[in-house]
Design a protein around this ligand. Structure first.
Ligand code: NAG
Ligand code: NAG
Ligand code: NAG
Length: 400
């Protein structure tokens, strides 16, 4: 009897203690978040360069294994003997040297868990060229990152502890969110000019999951309502700030989203309306969770960049949003022998003001580079420009 009472009483006591401590915990969490913000906005604040440019290198699907003992997949027979994960590392290094980006974004399947013996070690090695470059970097998870000795939460926690990363496990201030690695980054205008304290380009990072855990639904994961709710609130908050004083703007700052698994809408194109190639099916979730519609309704996202399908590298526009693959990057990832591994670059340019200063974002462009001798650049295209938005906003002729 007594034992029963004690058992009953202790959870009750625990709840009372927890309730009393809750404000302290919340404060501590807020303090921690502040500290993180300070780190992000202090030494690691993202800003446009003095040339009015912000360039992002996207690395999709490194599929890093154990290093030099891990062989390459789908290379020419003549290349097989001398090819390993070290070729993936060399490609990351070459891309960083060639493009000198302001930010490097890894869009998942950073490691290929099934073949990894020590996830922490492989993650360290996979991100090593980014860390060594001293350029800030971000990462999200794919569907293979957790298939070794760390869970998805474990992988993301390891990543956020690495040097120079701006990645976060999840946003603080929202009680529950699905997945690990949902966060946003703000990019301010050029230091010393009028937009230096405003985010003129917004980057959203989401965990698109791994595999469905719903028995009646097969295949891959999807972006859940909790994540879409976080995105909506974040987008609304950023738009409000951008369109308020000082320097209130008429339209939201452009946004870009990065995650791993394609949305079902990636299947809306064919070669008549995309740039790049489609050499395999679109491996999205078998259900549509509505994130594309959520982004269209929010109104700020102009382009989405993903990986997952290594043989697709196209960009197509649907309802004002560019849906872009990066194309396969890693050598231990399936690919196509003789079809070069590749990476995607995105650059946003600011408009010059009449007084010789820097204004808001004028255009967003993209291209890819192949891992050949000269890192050949291909498929350059303008994804968005401010003037085209202005034109679309004109009153239609004969409209009411
Ligand atoms: C991989 O790297 C080795 C060593 O630098 C090089 O000889 C080989 O050509 C590379 N293989 C591919 C497919 O790039
Ligand atoms: C940006 O903020 C800093 C620090 O508060 C301030 O000194 C500076 O004048 C601000 N710049 C603009 C353009 O408002
Ligand atoms: C692309 O073109 C095809 C016809 O070739 C059409 O069915 C499809 O709707 C188009 N997609 C978009 C997004 O315009």
């Amino acid at each position: 009897m007594k034992r029963d009472r004690e058992v009953l009483r202790s959870p009750f006591l625990a709840a009372v203690v927890a309730a009393a401590l809750l404000p302290i915990w919340v404060l501590a969490a807020a303090k921690q978040q502040n500290h993180h913000l300070q780190r992000g906005i202090g030494d690691k604040k993202l800003t446009f360069g003095t040339d009015g440019q912000f360039k992002i290198l996207q690395v999709a699907d490194m599929h890093y294994g154990n290093g030099k003992t891990t062989p390459c997949k789908d290379v020419l027979p003549s290349q097989f003997a001398t090819c390993s994960d070290l070729n993936t590392t060399a490609f990351v290094r070459r891309m960083i040297e060639a493009e000198k980006p302001n930010l490097i974004v890894f869009t998942g399947d950073n490691i290929y868990g099934f073949d990894v013996t020590n996830a922490a070690k492989s993650l360290n090695e996979a991100f090593a060229p980014a860390i060594a470059s001293n350029i800030p970097w971000a990462a999200v998870l794919g569907n293979h990152d957790q298939q070794s000795d760390l869970s998805r939460e474990g992988v993301m926690k390891h990543i956020v502890g690495l040097k120079n990363t701006l990645a976060q496990v999840n946003p603080l201030g929202q009680d529950a969110i699905d997945g690990f690695g949902n966060y946003n980054l703000e990019v301010a205008g050029v230091e010393g000019f009028s937009f230096e304290n405003k985010s003129v380009l917004n980057l959203y990072f989401l965990d698109s999951g791994d595999y469905s855990t719903v028995p009646s639904i097969g295949r891959y994961g999807w972006i859940k309502p909790s994540q879409q709710y976080w995105f909506e609130r974040t987008s609304a908050k950023l738009q409000k700030a951008y369109m308020s004083k000082p320097l209130p703007q008429k339209a939201p700052a452009p946004g870009i989203a990065y995650f791993h698994i394609p949305l079902p809408e990636f299947a809306s194109f064919d070669s008549s309306n995309f740039t790049g190639v489609k050499q395999e099916g679109i491996s999205s979730a078998s259900v549509n969770s509505g994130f594309f519609t959520t982004m269209v309704a929010a109104g700020d996202v102009k382009a989405v960049f993903i990986g997952h399908d290594h043989l697709n590298d196209f960009c197509g526009e649907l309802s004002g949003i560019n849906l872009c693959y990066a194309g396969g990057f890693g050598y231990h990832a399936y690919g196509k022998a003789g079809w070069d591994r590749r990476a995607r670059v995105v650059v946003a340019n600011l408009e010059k003001t009449v007084k010789g200063g820097w204004g808001a974002v004028k255009s967003i462009k993209t291209w890819k580079r192949l891992d050949d001798e000269h890192l050949t650049a291909i498929d350059g295209q303008v994804l968005w420009s401010k003037s085209s938005v202005g034109m679309r906003r004109k009153k239609p002729v004969g409209g009411n």
